[in-house]
Design a protein around this ligand. Structure first.
Ligand code: ADP
Ligand code: MG
Length: 242
């Protein structure tokens, strides 16, 4: 399990995460909704071990991200896709995808490249194996970004607003890939503004408001008048999303 326990994070005097608790079990899709600045990306960065916690604990399959000896094991278990694609411009799609499995996991290149080709085929990009990022559309780059994360065979896939830099058509391309991954049982922690899509693929929805996790509910309860909608902040957020 991925466990976030009473996590606190501040930047200077500003408290950005204020006692956040969250658990993601294998096979679950959990979406994180919340306004801009509510702390969603910071939470993802804390789970990655990219930010030092000011309190609480994050453990991935019992490996504590705050313990230097356990961080590498924790990191191996999750992979993140970011809003901006962060592909290396001087590398082809195949090289971008193969880099970490070869360099970090020390796996044989031939085997990794074969898997990378299969991943690219699974997202409809077989013809872009040798293309450079500059020659791909935004939607294609983000599909490569997803392949790059999946190439690490993570137990938990973290996605931080992976479609917010894309136009509607490209967004649809990428969401179709994520829906397929969800159907295949991929465990995902999904930060998004795509409320309707989150509703379709998530087991649970959590709502962050100014660093506080207001609710954590099964999806349909979140959207029910007696559940998440009973919270004025959430009703207001959802009405703006329409
Ligand atoms: P979200 O992803 O929900 O939009 P963020 O996690 O990016 O929110 O940011 C939450 C708050 O933390 C914001 O007020 C942001 O300005 C602040 N913040 C994020 N990263 C830093 C940083 N490295 N230094 C200072 N403040 C930061
Ligand atoms: Mg963010």
């Amino acid at each position: 399990m991925l466990k976030v326990e009473n996590v606190k994070k501040a930047f200077g005097a500003a408290t950005v995460l204020d006692g956040v608790n969250l658990t993601v079990s294998p096979g679950e899709v959990v979406s994180i909704l919340g306004s801009s600045g509510s702390g969603k990306s910071t939470l993802i960065r804390c789970i990655n071990g990219l930010e030092k916690l000011n309190g609480g604990r994050i453990a991935i399959d019992d490996f504590d991200v705050a313990k230097p000896k356990e961080l590498a094991e924790a990191r191996k278990r999750s992979a993140t896709v970011f809003q901006l694609f962060n592909l290396y411009p001087h590398m082809t799609t195949l090289q971008n995808i193969a880099l970490a499995p070869v360099e970090v996991l020390k796996r044989p290149r031939a085997e990794v490249e074969q898997e990378a080709r299969a991943l690219l085929a699974s997202v409809g990009l077989s013809d872009k194996v040798d293309a450079y990022p500059a020659h791909l559309s935004g939607g294609q780059r983000q599909r490569v970004g997803i392949c790059r994360a999946l190439a690490m065979k993570p137990r938990y896939l973290l996605l931080d607003e992976v479609t917010s830099a894309l136009d509607p058509e490209m967004t649809a391309e990428v969401l179709a890939i994520l829906a397929k991954l969800a159907r295949e049982g991929t465990t995902m922690l999904f930060v998004t503004h795509e409320v309707e899509f989150a509703r379709q693929i998530s087991n649970r929805i959590v709502f962050l408001d100014k660093g506080v996790l207001l609710v954590d509910l099964p999806t349909e309860e979140f959207f029910a008048a007696s559940g998440g909608l009973a919270q004025p902040r959430i009703a207001q957020f959802l009405s703006k999303m329409k």
